[in-house]
Design a protein around this ligand. Structure first.
Ligand SMILES: Nc1nc2c(ncn2[C@@H]2O[C@H](COP(=O)(O)OP(=O)(O)O)[C@@H](O)[C@H]2O)c(=O)[nH]1
Ligand SMILES: Nc1ncnc2c1ncn2[C@@H]1O[C@H](COP(=O)(O)OP(=O)(O)O)[C@@H](O)[C@H]1O
Length: 409
């Protein structure tokens, strides 16, 4: 039997994993059925679950009715650890919401993306069946910021100024690169300096949100780099090239895209030479690439904003303005309140609301606790974090009293 099945409302076809016994004869072993749920989307049945020992990961298996066989998908993103069962609800026909039972609030809500644009794109690239996990994050963290621009334009300088002025607000996504470190650069701080063969393998394993070959070296943003910033409750800043920005645009990571332009090619060359970190050959290569980058930055439609970095202070003020930070006094961010989801619950879906219903009998009066999760304003997605979870708890008692407690906003 399944611990928690999908809802009614025609949104998520619900059935018990017992129903799959016929398909089990096709050579697939459905162990630990008690902790599995199954969700049907089109011709596919997604069976989600795993061991009950909380050290293994929740696994995903797909029964493809067209092929009449089980498929083991490539699973992207960090997988959730197993738990004492879970509930699942299909959202928008492209992702399955998983609510883990008996887990800590910060680990209770997960999304398995099965038909999102990101998953479809990865399916094409990898040539296999693909699904991707994304962990739900309570509260409305701001969108990540992607900053691109030619080498030497001042991206790093502007990002450093922002991080220095607002240390508790922003976190830098530390990229991987195969280029050699410069004098002052520290591994794990400025970049993760990586062997080419190692990085290529990690790319094949789906560990990167995006990657590109830039000025003859490989650069990439790992899923983990972005997750670490989100987990610290900070707004993520990515310093990546135009190809990387294009990939992020196509991914589920909803971001603000800013392109930094130099006032002239002469000034760009001067800044690169004055910085003194590149050989003559590297400077010439960067200047050649800069022309194409500036053209693409201005005309590709990838970027939401173009900023000219002529006078540094002015450009920084403009950057803050478009991020809504002018006159901002950095206040300590108030963490969103977390909610303990009940161990025994049923889940249903009405429009954009997920209703988690717990019945816990007390000695004198029965209290029914309803927790409502609003999924209308979810941001981001796999692989990584889905932000914007918004729980409300409603307590109702058999003596007629009721109360609503807003838990996060
Ligand atoms: N696609 C992609 N580009 C990156 C990444 N990290 C850095 N870059 C870009 O790679 C280019 C070269 O960076 P770097 O070697 O630090 O030189 P700099 O731009 O001259 O400081 C810049 O355009 C960066 O924005 C990444 O993770 N992905
Ligand atoms: N507006 C500016 N005017 C003059 N020099 C600048 C300006 N912005 C940045 N610089 C200098 O230009 C050089 C390149 O800047 P940097 O931030 O390293 O560029 P990027 O990260 O885009 O490669 C650095 O020496 C920096 O101090």
């Amino acid at each position: 039997m399944v611990a928690g099945t999908n809802s009614s409302m025609g949104e998520a076809p619900a059935f018990l994993v017992d129903d799959l016994h016929g398909e089990q004869l096709n050579g697939f072993d459905l162990k630990n059925e008690a902790s599995k749920t199954a969700t049907v989307i089109g011709d596919k049945k997604y069976v989600i679950g795993g061991a009950d020992d909380e050290t293994a990961f929740i696994e995903v298996q797909i029964f493809d009715h067209n092929l009449g066989e089980w498929v083991n998908p490539t699973v992207l993103g960090n997988k959730p650890l197993s738990c004492k069962g879970h509930s699942s609800v299909l959202l928008n026909n492209d992702r399955i919401l998983i609510i883990k039972k008996g887990s800590k609030p910060d680990d209770s809500t997960w999304f398995l993306e099965v038909e999102t644009p990101y998953v479809r794109q990865q399916r094409k690239v990898m040539g296999t069946e693909v699904v991707a996990w994304s962990k739900g994050v309570i509260g409305n963290a701001e969108k990540p910021i992607v900053i691109s621009g030619p080498s030497g334009v001042g991206k790093g300088t502007l990002i450093s100024m922002l991080m220095k002025e607002f240390p508790s607000m922003f976190g830098f996504s530390v990229s991987h690169t195969t280029r050699a470190p410069r004098g002052m650069e520290k591994d794990g701080v400025h970049y993760h300096f990586t062997e080419k063969s190692v990085m290529e393998k990690e790319i094949r394993d789906g560990k990167f949100l995006e990657f590109a070959s830039v000025h003859g070296n490989l650069y990439g943003t790992s899923v983990e780099a972005v997750e670490q910033v989100a987990d610290a409750g900070k707004r993520c800043i990515l310093d990546i090239d135009v190809q990387g920005a294009r990939s992020v645009r196509a991914s589920s990571l909803e971001a603000i895209f800013i392109f930094i332009c130099p006032p002239s090619m002469e000034e760009l060359e001067k800044r690169l030479r004055d910085r003194g970190t590149e050989t003559e050959e590297q400077i010439l290569k960067r200047l050649r690439n800069a022309k194409a980058e500036i053209e693409q930055g201005k005309s590709s439609g990838i970027f939401d904003f173009i900023l000219y970095n002529d006078n540094l202070e002015e450009c920084y003020e403009n950057l803050k303005k478009l991020l809504g930070l002018n006159g901002h006094v950095a206040a300590p961010t108030k963490p969103a309140r977390e909610v303990n989801l009940p161990m025994d619950h049923s889940v249903s879906k009405i429009d954009d609301k997920i209703i988690i219903n717990s019945i816990s009998p007390g000695p004198e009066k029965e209290s029914k606790n309803l927790i409502i999760l609003d999924v209308s304003s979810l941001k981001g997605g796999a692989p990584g974090r889905t932000r914007g979870l918004n729980f409300h708890a409603i307590h109702s008692f058999s003596d007629g009293l009721s109360g609503m407690d807003r838990l996060s906003c």
